[in-house]
Design a protein around this ligand. Structure first.
Ligand code: ATP
Length: 369
């Protein structure tokens, strides 16, 4: 069993706390991604799991065994780094075999494991080459191979694709997912790239300032972010936020953009806001949930499901258009269909898909719905 459990884990560097009270149960065979902006503590967390960094407080378990004081080499894990330093003077075969030779594995077993890993990674033809005769993607595969031959219980990967060009990165993402399916090993993967996290993780751990913000599968993170940080971090372009106040008129609740827009709270969401009448909130809507009402004829424009904004920039993306908009001091982005004829300087009417709107408490930034 190769589950990995973090219980109240802290990391202090002098006065600075890089990791705060992390609790996480990574399941056996799971592909879990740690994601967050630079400096949020992703690498530190991974390095503590690897045993490369001492744990200041808390308990780390691999399977049922507490490993806080177990040396890295005895943890049954393998780590692939961003700068996958291969030995330049050794060929691919020897690079992959090196760790096993050090551990005094018998020659025939080394041979079997290296050949198997090479086959899994599609690098059988490259075993005689030196690293400098390989492309970036091939080198990355060799680095993975070096980890695979050890047959670890847990793979740790720290931004392993960040040195590759954009196209290769997309290709390697798919390959890593397939590799995970094939090896059926627990994988813990660190990235600052939310797209990478969304496409690869069974579950994603979003970190900010050393604190876990939310742990969920990609779709739940996207649809039900627990706070503004997660809402803004997951999704591209990021969710739009607008300051607003909840106002009740008769039996109806509105999200009032302080005089500019007025969006009706859907009836099924009213139960969440009964305590918020008159209170400040933050209205959130994703760029893809804003509708260009000029071209979307099945959207019925009403006073309480739309707003006006001025177009500042039009960015054609081919299959769609990004509109950069100004709405009474708010800067917004809308992803609309390629048919949109909106031009810079136009004031246009935008609809909001009410089933997909978000509301946050302005004070603690937590999700209301
Ligand atoms: P990045 O995406 O930039 O690699 P990260 O999320 O992996 O960032 P960490 O490398 O884990 O972040 O660092 C977390 C915080 O801990 C940072 O503020 C960093 O400056 C600090 N830190 C890391 N290592 C040390 C150290 N050895 N001494 C002091 N502070 C450190």
């Amino acid at each position: 069993m190769a589950s990995v459990t973090l219980e109240h884990i802290y990391k202090h560097f002098g006065d600075f706390t890089a990791v705060k009270d992390q609790n996480l149960e990574i399941r056996d065979k799971e592909f879990i991604v740690l994601v967050g902006p630079s400096g949020c503590g992703k690498s530190t967390t991974l390095r503590m799991i690897a045993g490369l960094e001492e744990i200041s407080e808390g308990t780390l378990k691999i399977g049922d065994k507490v490993v806080n004081d177990v040396a890295p080499k005895d943890r049954d894990i393998a780590m692939v780094f961003q700068n996958y330093a291969l030995y330049p003077h050794m060929n691919v075969y020897d690079n992959m075999a090196f760790g096993l030779k050090l551990r005094k594995f018998p020659k025939d077993q080394i041979d079997k494991r290296v050949n198997e890993a090479a086959e899994i990674l599609g690098i059988e033809q490259l075993l005689d080459r030196k690293p400098k005769q390989l492309s970036g993607g091939q080198r990355q595969r060799v680095a993975l191979g070096r980890a695979i031959v050890r047959e670890p219980k847990v793979f740790l990967m720290d931004e392993p694709l960040s040195n590759l060009d954009a196209k290769l990165r997309v290709q390697m993402r798919t390959e890593l997912s397939k590799l995970h399916d094939r090896l059926q090993t627990t994988m813990i993967y660190v990235t600052h790239d939310q797209t990478e996290a969304m496409t690869m993780g069974d579950r994603i751990v979003v970190l900010k300032d050393g604190v876990i913000q939310q742990v969920d599968d990609p779709l739940t993170l996207y649809n039900k972010p627990e706070n503004m940080f997660v809402a803004g971090f997951i999704g591209s372009p990021a969710m739009n936020f607008m300051d607003a106040t909840i106002k009740k008129e008769g039996d109806i609740y509105y999200i009032d953009g302080n005089g500019t827009f007025k969006i009706r709270v859907p009836e099924d969401k009213e139960k969440f806001i009964t305590d918020y009448d008159g209170k400040e909130v933050v209205f959130g809507v994703r760029p893809e949930d804003i509708i260009d009402t000029e071209i979307t004829h099945d959207f019925e424009v009403k006073a309480d499901n739309s707003f006006k904004a001025e177009v500042e920039v039009v960015e054609p993306m081919g299959s769609e258009i990004y509109l950069y908009l100004a709405e009474n001091g708010h800067s917004l982005i809308a992803r609309v269909e390629a048919e949109s004829t909106a031009k810079v300087g136009d004031t246009i009417e935008l609809g909001v898909d009410l089933r997909k709107i978000h509301l946050f408490d302005a004070e603690n930034e937590e999700s209301i719905f």
